[in-house]
Design a protein around this ligand. Structure first.
Ligand SMILES: Nc1nc2c(ncn2[C@@H]2O[C@H](COP(=O)(O)OP(=O)(O)OP(=O)(O)O)[C@@H](O)[C@H]2O)c(=O)[nH]1
Ligand SMILES: [Mg+2]
Length: 231
C-alpha cells in the first residue's frame, strides 16, 4: 500500500486514553530499544513522527498514529518497550499490564508486529507472546531489526535460526533495517495481506449476519438521544 499521509492521533497511558474504535489497528511490540519507533517512521516514510530515543525505555505510553494509504486508512500503535532492566520491577509490571490490556480489549486490533533485534536470541517472553497472540487469533509478524549491523553471511544464518525457533510461517518473519530501508517493502506486503484477510473475514461475518434474523429491524433506536438539550 502506498502511504499518502500519516499523523499523530492519540497518546495514552491507560485504556481511558485510547481513541474511539473504528479503523483497523496494527500494533508494534518489542523490547526497549529494539527499534519500534524507528521502524514505524521508516514504514511511514517519516523522519520523526514516532519519537526515537537513545535512552531506552523512554516510551512509556501508547502512541496511536493515523495512516492514510492508497487503499485504506488504519492506525499504527507504538506500544511501550517491555523488559527494560533499568526500571523498577513495579514499573515494569505496570507497562506489561498496559500492553496486555491493550492486546486483550482492543477490538480493531488486526495484527501485531513483534520486533526483535536480529543479533539476540529470542526470550521466553517473546515466544510466549507469539503463542498467546496466536491463541487470541491475532496474526503476528516477527520483524528482525537492525540487520544492517550484520554482514550478509551472518544475516542469512541468523534469519534461518530465528525462523526455526518460532511458530510463525517463515514468510511472516522478515529482516529489516530502519537505517537503510531493507525489508520495508516486504513488511508492508505482509501488513497488506493481514489487512486484506481481515476484510474477507468481515465480509463473511456481515454476509452471515444478513442471512440470520434481519427480522428485528430496529436496534432499540434511542431516538433523539440529543446532544442539544441545553436550550
Ligand atoms: N543501525 C541501526 N540502528 C537502529 C535501527 N533501528 C533503530 N536503531 C537505533 O536504535 C535505537 C533505538 O531505536 P528506537 O526506534 O527508539 O527503539 P524503540 O524500540 O522505539 O525504543 P523504546 O521506545 O525506548 O522502547 C536508536 O538509537 C535508533 O537509531 C536499525 O535498523 N539499524
Ligand atoms: Mg519507541
Amino acid at each position: 500500500m502506498k502511504v499518502l499521509s500519516s499523523d499523530w492521533e492519540a497518546t495514552a497511558s491507560g485504556v481511558e486514553g485510547f481513541p474511539e474504535e473504528g479503523l483497523p489497528e496494527i500494533a508494534f511490540l518489542g523490547r526497549s530499544n529494539v527499534g519500534k519507533s524507528s521502524l514505524l517512521n521508516r514504514l511511514l516514510n517519516r523522519k520523526n513522527l514516532a519519537r526515537t530515543s537513545s535512552t531506552p525505555g523512554k516510551t512509556r505510553l501508547l502512541h496511536f498514529y493515523r495512516v492514510r494509504g492508497s487503499e485504506r486508512s488504519l492506525l499504527f500503535v507504538d506500544l511501550p518497550g517491555y523488559g527494560y532492566a533499568q526500571v523498577s520491577k513495579g514499573e515494569r509490571l505496570k507497562w506489561k499490564r498496559l500492553i496486555e490490556t491493550y492486546l486483550e480489549v482492543r477490538e480493531p486490533l488486526v495484527g501485531a508486529v513483534l520486533l526483535h533485534d536480529v543479533r539476540r536470541d529470542l526470550t521466553d517472553d517473546e515466544v510466549d507472546l507469539l503463542s498467546w497472540l496466536d491463541e487470541q487469533g491475532v496474526p503476528s509478524v516477527l520483524a528482525l531489526t537492525k540487520i544492517d549491523k550484520l554482514k550478509p553471511n551472518a544475516r542469512a544464518q541468523r534469519l534461518k535460526k530465528l525462523r526455526a525457533e518460532v511458530a510463525i510461517v517463515a514468510s511472516r518473519v522478515v529482516a529489516t533495517s530502519s537505517a537503510n530501508g531493507d525489508g520495508i517493502p516486504q513488511l508492508w506486503q505482509i501488513l497488506d495481506s493481514i489487512l486484506a484477510q481481515r476484510d474477507e473475514w468481515q465480509e463473511t461475518e456481515f454476509a452471515d449476519s444478513d442471512e440470520e434474523g434481519t427480522g428485528e429491524g430496529g436496534e432499540d433506536a434511542g431516538e433523539g438521544v440529543g446532544e442539544s438539550q441545553e436550550s
